[in-house]
Design a binder for this molecule. Structure first.
Ligand code: GLY
Length: 572
């Protein structure tokens, strides 16, 4: 039972004062600038996103009589403009939609696809060595974008408002511009060397030969024109016509693989979501080509019967058991996960309670050594974005969207303002090769024409008694699925108020590297010592997640946009 139930005002008070059980161990909340925009309460609707303008775009849709999907579509296009470092119409994503009429959510897959001419050895030289950065920067890193197709499909099926109304806030934001905020400034600085390689990119993000900086006004005129074309022509505005021609022309200019047919053949897939159960609550999350849902459920299954709620989120016993479950999940991820349209993924086995029992029995009191957990890992980056939307009648939309690394490939398709993704880097460039994260690629995730690269994105909806309870997700590469799992545990198992469940220090174990990575400032010293005695290496380094969560509580909607970031939650 959550402690804070009676009145909304007492809820806010306790929530921010951390009404946590005395006996539990909890590290300090992550250092943050607490701002009121990060937490909100409402009775009619709720939004949590990583962009203030984008949350406002969603709010506008509700005010105009739109529904949660109209808001989600408006946020998707707006966040494409507001966070060009994280996501955009040159990328892709996943979306779960649940309406009261549905038994289970619809899971839309609009992940990028490898071009028709792509092949498993495209990132290797003639000696089969990996060509450095080929899957990361420039045209060869680009998968055929899916975001426009996915969002338009959701809007067409469920939206109430016309497309031009839904897209208006994004078009206005792109043409009028907005001031560069600290997270965008950091990304621009970090990626300037790649961005300046391409004149089409430089034209947008540089002034007088210098990368734009904090407080400068970022106007994206070409992007506004592209968005206007989509608003008028729908799908054809992106996948046919002048925008498509410009994407193909840019691809040819740099010797890339994307052609007219890649765009024409792009398809959105309705997947069956992954379904799990944790102590009577039903968890729905994304299916392959994301690994997210499978492993969120696998980790929760593994520790379900340990009664960790008595110890608290940062007790050595909790951290040890959860980390061991994470370690196994990542070993399995490398071995089995990939695009299920191309490879067999044993989903049923991985999410079964029987397998979880076996994993739990293999965990003793010490950390497992890397060699004793069979398999390898994969690759990914820590950008991306997530938003959650919900309304009082039980319509819920959660979507995680990405262009992969900061500014994706770094390449803007000439004259379109579209920052093209570098999602191809989420494939294994070679079996057994380590990636940027020291992780190892598996054969199920090798490149093939029209295949979708493996993801960790985990848009998740939790139901209680068949009604939506919790909706959440986050960016941050491989950490996505562990951050989502941690917040579910914090809320359901440790019974933290939502704000604290999101703000609490989080940790991550991905088997390779063999360490527990923990948000600053790390675990309390006594916990750290005990974990080290169990054989763990502890690396204090922020996980980079930015959870956007909504819960239904006591007749209210309660939203939290991770206080680590610059997003905003808004509800009425
Ligand atoms: N590119 C991040 C992910 O798909 O998980």
């Amino acid at each position: 039972m959550h402690k804070l139930k009676i009145m909304i005002f007492s809820f806010i008070f306790f929530s921010n004062c951390s009404g946590i059980k005395q006996a539990t161990i909890l590290a300090p909340l992550a250092p943050t600038e607490i701002k009121s925009e990060h937490e909100s309460f409402g009775e009619k609707f709720m939004i949590a996103s990583q962009g203030r303008n984008s949350t406002t775009a969603g709010k506008k849709m509700f005010k105009l009589g739109g529904n949660a999907v109209d808001a989600a579509a408006a946020i998707s296009f707006s966040i494409s403009v507001e966070r060009p470092q994280s996501t955009g119409i040159g990328g892709g994503g996943f979306m779960l939609i649940k309406t009261p009429a549905m038994d289970e959510p619809l899971a839309l897959d609009f992940r990028e696809k490898a071009p028709l001419k792509a092949h498993a050895k495209m990132y290797l030289d003639k000696n089969e060595n990996i060509i450095k950065n080929k899957s990361l920067n420039g045209i060869f890193s680009v998968g055929t974008p899916g975001l426009v197709a996915g969002v338009l499909q959701a809007h067409k099926k469920f939206g109430k408002l016309p497309l031009h109304i839904v897209m208006e806030p994004a078009i206005t934001l792109a043409s009028k511009g907005f001031k560069i905020y600290p997270e965008l400034d950091r990304a621009l600085k970090a990626k300037q060397k790649v961005l300046e390689l391409f004149p089409s990119t430089k034209k947008i993000f540089f002034r007088n030969n210098k990368v734009m900086k904090l407080g400068d006004l970022l106007i994206q005129k070409d992007l506004a024109k592209t968005l206007e074309t989509i608003a008028k022509k729908g799908l054809d505005g992106f996948y046919k016509g002048w925008v498509a021609k410009k994407i193909v022309k840019t691809s040819k200019k740099y010797g890339g693989l994307i052609r007219k047919n890649d765009l024409l053949k792009y398809n959105v897939v309705n997947r069956k979501p992954i379904k799990g159960e944790y102590k009577g609550k039903v968890i729905y999350s994304m299916a392959p080509p994301s690994s997210g849902g499978v492993h969120v459920v696998q980790i929760l299954n593994t520790i379900e019967n340990d009664g960790l709620g008595k110890y608290g989120p940062h007790h050595p016993k909790t951290v040890h058991l959860v980390s061991s479950a994470m370690q196994q999940a990542f070993a399995d991820r490398a071995r089995y996960l990939g695009d299920s349209d191309f490879v067999r993924v044993p989903i049923g086995n991985l999410i079964s309670k029987k397998y979880a029992k076996k994993i739990r029995e293999s965990i003793n009191d010490k950390s497992k050594k890397i060699k004793s957990v069979k398999a390898g890992v994969f690759k990914e980056h820590d950008e991306t974005t997530h938003f959650s939307v919900a309304d009082s009648v039980g319509n819920v939309v959660v979507s995680t969207q990405t262009i992969n690394g900061w500014f994706g490939s770094g390449l803007v398709a000439d004259g379109t303002g579209i920052v093209l993704n570098n999602e191809m880097d989420d494939f294994a460039t070679k079996v057994g090769a380590s990636n940027l994260f020291g992780a190892i690629g598996g054969s199920n995730n090798l490149v093939a024409p029209m295949k979708r690269p493996l993801s960790s994105m985990s848009p998740t909806i939790v139901l209680k008694d068949n009604q939506p309870l919790l909706a959440l997700g986050t960016p941050s590469g491989t950490r996505i699925l562990t951050c989502v799992t941690s917040v579910i545990l914090n809320y359901l198992e440790h019974e933290l108020p939502l704000y604290d469940a999101v703000a609490a220090v989080r940790y991550h174990h991905q088997w390779s590297p063999d360490e527990i990575r923990v948000d600053k400032p790390g675990f309390p010293i006594s916990v750290k010592k005990e974990l080290e005695n169990k054989g763990y290496k502890i690396n204090v380094k922020n996980l980079g997640c930015s959870i956007q969560a909504i819960v239904y509580e006591n007749g209210f909607l309660h939203g939290v946009s991770d206080p680590r970031g610059q997003g905003m939650s808004y509800g009425e």
